[in-house]
Design a protein around this ligand. Structure first.
Ligand code: PLP
Length: 583
């Protein structure tokens, strides 16, 4: 494609994007297709000869678009928002056009320096503790953009693991892996599944802490678990608290968790605010950020609630040197003479990094902090509106505390009619929602996501939900009026989940197409939680924990063996990665 063709088609693509955004409501929010739909429409091999760009664009509309879920549709109420906005798209376009790979200051000074500046703007806008802001006096902290919240959690876990192992091994030359069986991490039952995944990848144990009826980590149980593990000779090294859980947008009490973590020096406290962390841009939401001063790290995704398109996940750490030491490798071909320039390759997993700060900079400048605040406040008002509508209808109940944009609701029936309700909502193509298990009950998650959402979107959605519900309730002839209500104070996971009034279970079975709509936004898996309810099974690592004494014995044995037999070999390995962090 030459420059004139690029100019022509570039304008056409921008026009297409404008039309798409303006008329998005004419499209179904999500398609009804079976897997393999595209294979039937596209050839099995790439074309040998060039094709016209016009044909490519036509195929895009006719073959690709029908398989797209429109995350920026006014009736998309699923998951959490996929942040997006025109300034962000344009920033990303320029980043793609520049196409630089900013792994070090030298590889793209503007990318490195803008990232530092934007991360400090962002931290200040959220009111984060000064310890996370690299240009605050006396700060040793700072932030970096990562690809996803999952990556942030993994990076912090690996850093915490390195710090704990360094403490354990002292000046011995024992290989780091010898200490893995001793390490244990903690997260709430409501924490995101990325925590489970991170511990799995890092070969460390995870202990899951139960949550209270509002979905918040039980701090008393955390404290008890840590104490028991310390008594058993284990080393607690990582605790994840969540502000805005995936299932119910619950806010863990970071202050109380922080106080517990402070009692054990080996613990790194990470706070995951993938969605709701962004709401701290509102002073009135900072009641939930109290306690962040105890955290070693904090992440939030502007690509969820800050109008920035995927991918962009912000991670701040209190001590940048600890992070960089854990991840530092320094081959000659990456070194440069500008030792005062920041090399963001030391802040995460990949070497190569996109110029993500650009789109975030565009967003901050074009909306201003005030514009971003207005956008989030609008979501909060609309979620409250939806909550009120649900609460006013005695056939329904709201199960979570609605602080931000998420409302978890259900009909006051057994689970199966609610499955059917969700299936019908999604099958209609007019709205899209996802389910979750919150406080032991199946709920439908209704999340306000659209940038320009209005009260009309909420009223329309509620009218349609009620329409589907009426049909379902009529079909199964439920006597809602005689249904026992669930008082807010008595909601426990042991409530019966079958249909009310002893009626037979719903007969309607979902078709395959409908059941495709059951895409789950998972918190930590129920299997994982259940597997640990009696004793620590450690299903997420190859190290099976039988009892703490055995671990201790194995650990001592392994240490002695390594010292006696493999000393030279292990020392060689451990020496490879000790290059001092250069930034
Ligand atoms: N943490 C929380 C609380 C989330 O809700 C999510 C996803 O929704 C994640 C982590 C994972 O985010 P990502 O897809 O950026 O890895």
């Amino acid at each position: 494609m030459n420059v004139e063709e690029f100019r022509k088609y570039g304008k056409e693509v921008i026009d297409y994007i404008c039309e798409y955004g303006s008329n998005i409501e004419e499209r179904d929010v999500a398609p009804t297709l079976d897997p393999g739909y595209l294979k039937k429409l596209l050839p099995a091999d790439a074309p040998q000869s060039p094709e016209s760009f016009k044909d490519v664009l036509e195929d895009f509309e006719q073959k690709i678009m029908p398989g797209v879920v429109h995350w920026n549709h006014p009736k998309f109420f699923a998951y959490f928002p996929s942040g997006n906005s025109f300034p962000s798209v344009l920033g990303d376009l320029l980043s793609s056009a520049i196409g630089s790979i900013g792994f070090s200051w030298a590889s793209c000074p503007a990318a490195a320096e803008l990232e530092t500046i934007v991360m400090n703007w962002y931290a200040k806008a959220l009111g984060l503790p000064k310890a996370f802001i690299s240009d605050a006096p006396g700060s040793t902290g700072g932030g970096a953009l990562q690809g996803s919240a999952s990556e942030c959690v993994l990076v912090c876990l690996i850093t915490a693991r390195a710090r704990a192992i360094n403490e354990l091994k002292g000046h011995t030359s024992v290989h780091d892996s010898v200490f893995l069986p001793n390490l244990i991490a903690y997260a709430s039952r409501e924490a995101h599944s990325s925590v489970e995944k991170a511990t799995k990848m890092a070969l460390v144990k995870l202990r899951i802490i139960d949550a209270d009826e509002r979905g918040r980590m039980r701090v008393d149980l955390l404290q008890q678990a840590i104490q028991n593990d310390v008594n058993a000779g284990l080393t607690p090294f990582f605790v994840v608290a969540t502000v805005g859980t995936t299932g119910g947008c619950a806010f863990d009490d970071i202050s109380e968790i922080g106080k517990v973590c402070r009692q054990v020096s080996s613990i790194w406290l990470h706070v995951d605010g993938a969605y709701a962390g962004n709401s701290f841009i509102l002073p009135e939401m900072r009641v939930f950020s109290a306690g962040l001063e105890y955290a070693d790290s904090f992440n939030t995704n502007p690509n969820k609630l800050l109008l920035t398109n995927f991918d962009a996940s912000a991670l701040w750490v209190r001590d940048v040197m600890v992070l960089k030491s854990a991840l530092n490798v320094n081959p000659l071909y990456l070194r440069h003479e500008h030792i005062n320039g920041v090399d963001y390759r030391h802040y995460g997993i990949p070497l190569s990094r996109r110029f993500r700060a650009l789109k975030l900079w565009f967003v901050f400048r074009t909306y201003g902090v005030k514009g971003l605040q207005e956008y989030i406040r609008n979501h909060m008002v609309l979620a409250k509106k939806f909550e009120m509508l649900v609460r006013k209808d005695e056939r329904f109940e709201v199960r979570n505390d609605v602080h931000l944009g998420l409302v978890c609701f259900r009909m006051r029936t057994g689970d199966e009619p609610n499955h059917l309700l969700l299936a019908q909502i999604n099958h209609s193509g007019r709205m899209h929602m996802t389910p979750a298990k919150f406080n032991g009950r199946y709920v439908i998650r209704f999340c306000v996501t659209y940038e320009h959402a209005t009260e009309k979107d909420i009223l329309d959605a509620w009218a349609q939900i009620k329409g589907f519900a009426e049909e379902i309730l009529r079909d199964v002839q439920l006597e809602i009026s005689s249904a026992p209500t669930t008082p807010e104070t008595e909601r426990t996971s042991s409530e019966p989940v079958g249909p009310v009034s002893g009626k037979p279970p719903i007969k309607k079975k979902l078709t395959r197409t409908k059941s495709l709509r059951f895409s789950f936004t998972r918190s930590i898996s129920r299997e994982q939680f259940q597997s640990q309810s009696e004793h620590l099974m450690d299903g997420c690592t190859p190290i099976l924990v039988v009892d703490p004494k055995t671990i201790q014995q194995n650990f001592q044995q392994a240490t002695e063996d390594n010292q006696n037999n493999n000393n030279t070999k292990l020392k060689d390995i451990s020496d490879v990665d000790t290059d001092e962090a250069s930034n």
